[in-house]
Design a protein around this ligand. Structure first.
Ligand code: DOR
Ligand code: ZN
Length: 437
């Protein structure tokens, strides 16, 4: 597939010529990547010493951008590190990920966000943009050093207590007010904690049948309703993490009609799987928010196509074996997502390339303020892109994941699409489907 003849292996940043690739599904063209950017496009470009990649049958997308990744470093390097998570991301077609703050210690100071940012640079596989915590220690009591994190080398713009909800409305208001000064965003894990005490799965017919305590849809919807009103009142930006119910879509639709500055994400697993999976009692299907009903899944799909839901974010949540291979009640919530997200979306949406580019790259890059990302390959644009083979199908094997963890909910499932190559600023992080370093 990759032809290195003519390439100069000694060159500092060798040029790459991708031959005959369909950019966002359009007619085949060549892409010459050089000096970190797309230097030239067009048919029949001269290779002139560049390494040649055969793009026949492949689709080029702007490198995917994940707004919601748990990298677990510092603190749980047994489950994932910045490096292993970055590799998983690159293999999934990502060129940038936003690292959630629920690490240990929590990313609630300039020091910790700078550490994560630096580890990301050292790994050099994707751009790692740290998310800062909203409250000290995710405890929901005092605002963290939002300004110091914004001014740090990591230039934090998104703040989230993800894993926990900022339940106190006064704190939520203050946080929205604070970040307005630098056009920051508060990303809320919408879960009214009093309504989900002891919850094990979605509250509904299946939870009743299994006798498990339910997590009602209204616990999510009530917080989103409150927060869009607060965001409107303050005139600040709100982002809703992992929206999971049909009712949440309706709240969001209403808020958007009113012009509230709100964006929302949905995960691949909430677009594909339902609460029926809990019948197996396999904790790989335990996640927060929980898998919902088939009616919710179809409402989420429609909202994603329509644009009421702005983006797909993975909520990649690696967990060590002992935290997953135990009884359902004791298992940690969360599932892997980076290496399978695009395949799940191809399964759900089909080959709607422009829609996929919009929801998985352009819009998340815009929300995160990552101006080098989310741009379709064109002359002068930073060469952050991924090449997909849409005709390939693959059966998901947890043992083959680059993540340090194994908790993929898609084990044994055959899904469409394969990432053939990913380029970060013109340098390959993945070639022939394999990580380069
Ligand atoms: O399932 C989840 N896992 N939901 C969250 O909000 C947090 C995440 C984690 O950190 O494992
Ligand atoms: Zn969350």
């Amino acid at each position: 597939m990759t032809d290195f003849t003519g390439g100069d292996p000694e060159a500092a940043t060798p040029a790459y010529l991708i031959r005959g690739v369909r950019v966002v599904g359009a007619e085949p063209t060549d892409l010459l990547l050089s000096g970190g950017v797309v230097a030239q496009t067009g048919r029949g470009l001269d290779a002139r010493g560049a390494r040649v990649v055969d793009g026949d049958g492949l689709v080029a997308l702007p490198g995917l951008v994940d707004l919601h990744t748990h990298l677990r470093e510092p603190g749980r390097e047994d489950a994932e590190t910045v490096e292993s998570g970055s590799r998983a991301a690159a293999l999934g077609g990502y060129t940038a990920v936003c690292a959630m703050a629920n690490t240990s210690p929590v990313a609630d100071t300039a020091g910790v966000v700078e550490q994560v940012w630096r580890l990301g640079r050292e790994a050099g596989l994707v751009d790692v943009q740290p998310i800062g915590a909203v409250t000290v220690g995710l405890a929901g009591e005092r605002l963290a050093e939002l300004g110091a994190m914004a001014e740090s080398a990591a230039r934090v713009r998104i703040f989230s207590d993800d894993g926990h909800c900022v339940a106190d409305p006064r704190l939520m208001r203050r946080a929205l007010e604070y970040v307005k000064a630098f056009d920051g965003v508060i990303a809320q894990h919408a879960e009214e904690p009093r309504l989900t005490e002891g919850a094990q799965m979605h509250e509904g017919e299946v939870s009743t049948r299994l006798g498990l305590t339910g997590w009602p849809a209204v616990a999510e919807e009530a917080i989103i309703a409150r927060d869009v009103l607060l965001a409107e009142h303050v005139g600040s930006r709100l982002h809703v993490c992992h929206l999971s119910t049909a009712g949440s879509v309706e709240v969001l639709r209403h808020a958007k009609k009113r012009g509230v500055r709100v964006t929302a994400e949905v995960t691949p697993h909430h677009l594909l799987l339902t609460d029926e999976r809990a019948v197996s009692y396999d904790p790989v299907f335990k996640v927060n928010p929980p898998l919902r009903t088939a009616a919710d899944v179809s409402a989420l799909r429609e909202a994603l196509v329509e644009g009421i839901i702005d983006i797909v974010a993975t909520d990649h949540a690696p967990h060590a074996l002992e935290d997953k291979e135990c009884e359902w009640a004791y298992a940690r919530p969360g599932m892997l997502g980076l290496e399978t997200a695009l395949s799940v979306l191809l399964d759900v949406l089909g080959q709607r390339w422009d829609l996929i580019a919009e929801r998985m790259s352009r819009t998340p890059a815009r929300i995160a303020g990552l101006s080098e990302h989310g741009r379709d390959p064109a002359p002068g644009v930073p060469a952050n892109l991924t090449l997909v083979d849409p005709a390939a199908r693959r059966t998901i094997d947890p043992g083959e994941q680059a993540s340090r963890s194994r908790n993929t909910p898609y084990a044994g499932l055959t899904l469409p699409g394969r990432i053939v190559a990913t380029f970060l600023r013109g340098e390959p992080t993945v070639l022939d489907g394999k990580a380069v370093k």
